[in-house]
Design a protein around this ligand. Structure first.
Ligand code: ADP
Ligand code: ADP
Length: 234
């Protein structure tokens, strides 16, 4: 099952002055159940590529297929709806809503989607068990550690049962113990629930945990650890 198929995608900034090829003719194919790290130096295009795949930004060239739907053809409103239903996002700076409790942050998207209370409650309970924070549901983000906030952000990303989760430098603001703990949770969700993760990172310890590593330099994919093995499998 292919979940992400970026086809010949480019994003060019400053077209009128000195063009920057932030993403340059990228082809990327991600199957359901992958646990893939996107790596590369600062400015190599990781955030731009994740934004294109997540429909937060549109490419100047190419197409992005999510489950066979070309999201570059969607209107702004259709994209908002598509993202809510299909893609989970985790950000470097957690981005939880400070006035809401951990539970309310996770529940929010389900409220927007009109999911009824009994189902919301069951889903929230399951998610807090999965992030190992059953005892923190009623606590606000400021009272949680960074690692705990990011685990809540992962639960929030999963609340609407997305097709995959995009995480842009999810461990960048965490100490190494919390980063390792977050990776444990993500890896467990990948293994046991078959959640597909695509995450960018600089952190060597995080890279080591990935099953596939794609390296970007100057907006181009320069290496992909899956390239060799998939050829052999076919
Ligand atoms: P990374 O996430 O790997 O650090 P980015 O995707 O943030 O890389 O950036 C890729 C390139 O695109 C960089 O040269 C960056 O300066 C440029 N860039 C990113 N966003 C913008 C923007 N909004 N306007 C102009 N240039 C940008
Ligand atoms: P984690 O490994 O999940 O990041 P920590 O070991 O950092 O958790 O935190 C342990 C406890 O300390 C947590 O229960 C949390 O409530 C509390 N704590 C940590 N950092 C903060 C903080 N910045 N503000 C409030 N409480 C914090």
């Amino acid at each position: 099952d292919t979940v992400i198929d970026a086809h010949d995608v480019s994003k060019i900034y400053n077209r009128e002055t000195i063009p920057v090829y932030a993403v340059n003719n990228v082809h990327l194919h991600i199957e359901k159940g992958e646990f893939t790290a996107l790596v590369g130096p600062s400015g190599s295009g990781k955030t731009t590529l994740l934004n294109l795949i997540g429909g937060l930004d549109k490419p100047d060239n190419g197409n992005v297929f999510i489950n066979d739907l070309d999201i570059t053809k969607l209107s702004a409103n259709e994209l908002i709806d598509f993202r809510l239903k299909n893609i989970g996002f985790v950000f470097q700076s957690f981005n939880l809503i400070p006035v809401l409790t951990a539970k309310e942050n996770v529940e929010f998207i389900m409220l927007l989607q009109g999911v009824k209370k009994s189902i919301r409650d069951a889903r929230v309970k399951q998610l807090f068990r999965q992030i190992e924070m059953d005892d923190k549901v009623d606590i606000r983000p400021a009272q949680l550690s960074g690692g705990q906030q990011q685990r809540v952000a992962v639960a929030r990303a999963l609340a609407s049962k997305p097709k995959f989760v995009l995480a842009d430098e999810p461990t960048a603001n965490l100490d190494s113990k919390s980063a390792s703990n977050l990776l444990d949770i993500m890896a467990k969700l990948n293994k046991e629930e078959h959640i597909t993760f695509l995450f960018s990172t600089h952190d060597q310890r995080v890279i080591e945990r990935a099953r596939r590593v794609i390296t970007l330099v100057d907006g181009r994919i320069v290496s992909d650890t899956a390239a060799v093995s998939t050829k052999h499998e076919k």
